[in-house]
Design a protein around this ligand. Structure first.
Ligand code: PEP
Ligand code: MN
Length: 348
C-alpha cells in the first residue's frame, strides 16, 4: 500500500499515520517526493487494510501496490531516485565512473591505483577487501587490513569507497570504513546478508545475480529497502549463457526494462561481464548507450601480477582513453561525467 499525504499535512498528522501503520503491525517507509510525502506500507496482507488509513487527517489517498516489490517500484515513487554517496550522485542524468583494482592486494598497490584512477577522472574507488572466490585456495582478500587501506586511499584521493560485504557478520565492520556496501553477484539472493546490510542504512551497490531475472533482482532490492536501505544502485555485470567467448554475457536489455519499473539507478560492470581487457571499452560504451547511470571498471597498473582478475583489468592508459571517449559520448547524450567531490578526510 501507498499512503499519499496532503502537501499541507502537519508533522503531527504524518506522525499519526505512521503510528497507525505500526499499530496495524506493518512497517512505514516515508518516501519524500517533489511535492508531497508518500508513505510506503509493507507487511500488509489484504486490500481491506486500506480503510484503516483512509480516514486519517492529512491522508489524500491510499493506493494498493499490486507488484510484489513495493519500495523499489515506480508505482510507489514515480520520479527517479538520486543516490548520493558522499557527494557523488547516481541517477542525476550523469555517468558515474567507479574504478580501481578488483582486490586490495597491498597498501602500495591500492594507493597507487587509487591515485591513477582519481587523476583520470574516476569519481569513486572500488576494491575488494573480502573476495568471494570460486576456489577455496585462491586469495580471499586482506580483510580488515584491506578496509584500512581503502580508507587511507579515500583520505588521500577524496574518492568515496565501495567495497564488498561477503559475510553478514562482517557487515558492521565494513560499514565503518566504506561509503557504499557492495553485494556480489553470488550473494544477490543471500537473504540473511541482504537483511544485515539493509539494517546498516548505508548506500548499497547490488550486483545482479548471474542467473537472476528482473523480478528476482527487484525482490532482492526489496529485501534491502524493507530492512532500512534508502539508497540502492543496481549493477548489471553479465549473466550466464551458452556463450563461451566471454566470461559472462552483458545483458544491456535489462537497463531500459529496469528503469521502466523502478526509480533506482542502474550501472554496468563491463569488466566482470567480458572478462577480457579487449572487451571492456566496447561493453562499457554499450552499457552507457543503453542508458546506464554509471560504470564499475577494474583498473590495474600491473595486471600480469594481479592476485585477482588481471586479464580483465584496464591499464591506466586504456582507462584514460575510456574516459576520453565517454566524455564525448556523455556530451552527445546530454549527460556529464561529473567532477570529483572535494577532498575531505571526514566521513559525513
Ligand atoms: C567484484 O566486483 O569484485 C566482483 C566480485 O564482482 P561479481 O560479484 O560481479 O562477480
Ligand atoms: Mn573481480
Amino acid at each position: 500500500m501507498l499512503v499519499i499525504m496532503d502537501p499541507r499535512a502537519t508533522e503531527a498528522e504524518i506522525a499519526r499515520v505512521k503510528e497507525r501503520i505500526k499499530e496495524l503491525g506493518y512497517q512505514a517507509h516515508p518516501i519524500p517526493g517533489a511535492n508531497q510525502l508518500a508513505i510506503g506500507v509493507t507487511g500488509n496482507q489484504g486490500t481491506e487494510d486500506r480503510i484503516y488509513l483512509e480516514g486519517l487527517p492529512g491522508v489524500v489517498q491510499v493506493i494498493r501496490v499490486t507488484k510484489p516489490y513495493k519500495l523499489a517500484s515506480r508505482d510507489t515513487k514515480p520520479e527517479n531516485t538520486i543516490v548520493d554517496v558522499r557527494g557523488v550522485k547516481f541517477g542525476a542524468g550523469n555517468i558515474v565512473m567507479i574504478a580501481g583494482p578488483c582486490a586490495v592486494e597491498s597498501r602500495e598497490q591500492t594507493l597507487r591505483i587509487a591515485q591513477l584512477v582519481a587523476d583520470r577522472g574516476a569519481l569513486m574507488l572500488r576494491g575488494g577487501a573480502y573476495k568471494p572466490r570460486t576456489s577455496p585456495y585462491a586469495f580471499q582478500g586482506m580483510g580488515e587490513q584491506g578496509l584500512e587501506i581503502l580508507a587511507e586511499a579515500r583520505e588521500k584521493t577524496g574518492l568515496p569507497v565501495v567495497t564488498e560485504v561477503v559475510d553478514p557478520a562482517d557487515a558492521p565492520l565494513v560499514a565503518q570504513y566504506a561509503d557504499m556496501l557492495q553485494i556480489g553477484t553470488r550473494n544477490m539472493q543471500n537473504f540473511t546478508l541482504l537483511k544485515e546490510v539493509g539494517k546498516l542504512g548505508l548506500p548499497v551497490l547490488m550486483k545482479r545475480g548471474m542467473s537472476a531475472n528482473l523480478d528476482e533482482t527487484l525482490m532482492s532490492i526489496e529485501y534491502l529497502m524493507s530492512h532500512g536501505s534508502k539508497a540502492v544502485v543496481v549493477c548489471e555485470r553479465g549473466v550466464r549463457t551458452f556463450g563461451n567467448h566471454s566470461r559472462n554475457t552483458l545483458d544491456v536489455s535489462i537497463i531500459p526494462a529496469f528503469k521502466r519499473v523502478s526509480h533506482l539507478p542502474i550501472i554496468v560492470d563491463p569488466s566482470h561481464a567480458g572478462g577480457h581487457r579487449y572487451s571492456v571499452v566496447p561493453l562499457a560504451l554499450a552499457g552507457v548507450g543503453a542508458g546506464a547511470d554509471g560504470l564499475l571498471v577494474d583498473v590495474h597498473d600491473d595486471p600480469d601480477h594481479a592476485l585477482v582478475d588481471g586479464p580483465q583489468a584496464l591499464l591506466p592508459d586504456d582507462f584514460k582513453e575510456l574516459m576520453a571517449v565517454l566524455g564525448r559520448i556523455a556530451e552527445a547524450l546530454g549527460k556529464s561525467l561529473g567532477s570529483p567531490p572535494a577532498v575531505d578526510s571526514e566521513r559525513s
